[in-house]
Ligand binder design. Structure first.
Ligand code: ARG
Length: 572
């Protein structure tokens, strides 16, 4: 049996029946799980759309469809509810066979999609510590990256680091003026951040500093070798720190094309936009003007692409970047993952691309709310920015207490490893499990509890499946089709077949929390399953079937965790 997807399968049957009844039936939505299991497993709302298109009564349409539904091994019963919902109950043997077919597929039965997606995420600024805001972009971006690739798209993960701009002139002045070499040796980014902050303070008292900084920026841009060398060093030490964090989070980028990569393209781009009339000179500066039709609020906010002093801006770079990506990769979609404060920037950028006819790719801004730490829970040693490394260290420390209490028998070394994995996963999951667009406050107790929507809960649920198998002496279990018997077994089986539907909806909505919600419910069901039913001690036939379910549970839950960037552990 090749893996199928129940919602699409049901919709195909509905369409066939509708056509047989003489209706037109275009663009039907896939069936959705019913809210109440008493009504069946899946519900199709297609009768409403078909009724509308054919100017008929929905209930009569549903009736006609049900009468002509082709028989299919997947379907056990069909009924009509309310004004025209069609409810489907799936066949138990089909469900068990379907689950096994999915588990045997590397993509868990997810119908592979075509297309190429660029995901622009993390994108921190050089010479600054990555802060908790970048944590969200990194973690959400990585989850989208994994899921998008899993769904069959070709993905280009591009880290658009902020490595260009006037701040480098200031840094160069500060470096030559008041660098503490020893402090730099010990903590390069920390020291760069300190001298930069100092620049701002000193510049208030001494206006000549700003002139010096402008001068150094100009020299850097003109290719002065000393300034270039310093600038390269700033990038290098920053990337070293970023890369340590990426390694800890298990993240790899395909490209690290920072803002500087586009520098030479900016002025020619502005000139060509002026020549084509899309951009205009306004008060000595160059802008792209918008009209009401371009989007809400845009008519009053032209996009500034060259300042009066000739300097290009963040938005100019983003336009050049968009053009470059379209030319180099011909993507079907470009996703930008940044915080909520950049919403207007991306509205302008997307509207400008549309005006320019750069419409080959769908442009998506996946924005997220702010993340904060409760007052007083983490000492931020330098200033008030919480250093990401400190945050992860603190998480591993908190997790250690949990691991010591849960697994006192494991060696010290193993417990330390588990604590690191659980701590980092807890931080990640606390972020991902929220709707990206709401603000998040981290609370250690909440994100590390074992009975809540947390990474430790999911990881322990996975490890329990694996340790149950280990207890039974099972090292490699070969799956074989089975027919679920007990209600909880059936419910779990059907839930396990749904990962592929969920991943697709998480990608389309740019919302990894959709996957988290699913995994949380799934882990709850798995726990209920091994709580309610004996496995290893059951009669041979039951034991065999239940071991199928346990193996499938571990595979699906494990795959789901990996998509979120969490490495499931067999032993905890
Ligand atoms: N470096 C920017 C920041 O830290 C984020 C860049 C996002 N990507 C982009 N193409 N604008 O806010």
């Amino acid at each position: 049996m090749s893996p199928q997807n129940a919602p699409s399968l049901i919709t195909a049957l509905v369409r066939e029946a509708a056509l047989a009844a003489g209706f037109t039936a275009d663009e039907l939505e896939p069936a959705a799980p019913t809210r109440d299991a008493a009504h069946g497993d899946y519900q199709s709302n297609s009768a409403f759309r078909i009724a509308k298109a054919n100017k008929q009564n929905p209930r009569a349409v549903a009736q006609a469809i049900v009468e002509r539904l082709p028989a299919h091994a997947a379907v056990r019963a069909v009924s009509i509810a309310g004004p025209g919902f069609i409810n489907f109950t799936l066949n138990d043997a089909w469900l068990g066979a379907q689950l096994v077919a999915q588990c045997e597929d590397a993509q868990l039965g997810l119908a592979q999609r075509q297309g190429r997606v660029v995901i622009d995420y993390s994108s921190p600024n050089v010479a600054k510590r990555m802060h908790v805001g970048h944590l969200r972009s990194t973690v959400i971006g990585a989850a989208l990256h994994n899921m998008t690739r899993f769904a069959g798209y070709e993905v280009i993960a591009d880290n658009h680091i902020g490595d260009w701009g006037t701040q480098f002139g200031k840094l160069i002045v500060a470096w030559r003026g008041w660098l503490d070499a020893e402090a730099y040796e010990a903590d390069p980014i920390g020291e760069l951040q300190r001298i930069y902050a100092d620049f701002e303070v000193r510049a208030e008292a001494d206006p000549t500093l700003a002139d010096q900084a402008r001068h150094e920026t100009a020299k850097l841009q003109a290719g002065d070798p000393d300034n270039r060398a310093l600038w390269r060093q700033f990038i290098e030490v920053s990337l070293q720190e970023f890369n340590t964090l990426y390694a800890r989070l298990g993240i790899q980028f395909d490209e690290v094309l920072g803002e500087s990569a586009y520098n030479d393209m900016l002025q020619p781009l502005v000139e060509s936009l002026l020549a084509s009339g899309v951009a205009q000179v306004s008060d000595g500066a160059v802008v792209i003007p918008f009209e009401d039709a371009d989007g809400p609020g845009l008519a009053k906010a032209p996009m500034l692409i060259r300042k009066r002093d000739g300097a290009a801006l963040y938005g100019t770079t983003d336009l050049a970047t968009a053009r470059y990506r379209l030319d180099r990769w011909s993507p079907t979609r470009i996703v930008y993952v940044t915080d909520t404060r950049q919403q207007f920037h991306f509205q302008q950028l997307f509207a400008a691309c549309k005006k320019l006819g750069w419409t080959q790719a769908e442009l998506v801004h996946c924005w997220f709310g702010l993340l904060s730490m409760p007052e007083g829970t983490m000492s931020s040693r330098k200033g008030n920015v919480v250093n990401l490394k400190d945050l992860l260290d603190e998480a591993a420390r908190h997790a250690r207490a949990l691991v010591d209490q849960k697994s006192p028998n494991l060696s010290d070394d193993e417990r330390a490893k588990i604590a690191e994995a659980v701590g980092v996963a807890a931080v990640r999951y606390a972020d991902l499990s929220q709707n990206p667009q709401s603000d998040v406050t981290f609370r250690w107790e909440k994100m590390l509890t074992l009975d809540g929507n947390t990474a430790p809960f999911l990881m322990y649920s996975y490890a329990r499946c694996r340790s149950l198998q280990a207890k039974g002496g099972i090292t490699a279990w070969t799956l074989a089709p089975f027919t679920p018997v007990e209600p909880v077994e059936r419910e779990l089986t059907i839930a396990l077949t749904r990962l592929n539907e969920v991943v697709v909806s998480a990608i389309d909505g740019s919302r990894p929390n959709t996957l988290c919600d699913y995994l949380f419910n799934l882990a709850g069901l798995i726990n209920r399953y091994y709580h309610d039913l004996p496995v290893l001690t059951a009669a041979p036939e039951d034991r065999d079937r239940r071991l199928q379910v346990i193996e499938a549970s571990a595979r699906v839950l494990g795959q789901g965790l990996k998509l979120l960037g969490i490495q499931p552990l067999d032993r905890m």
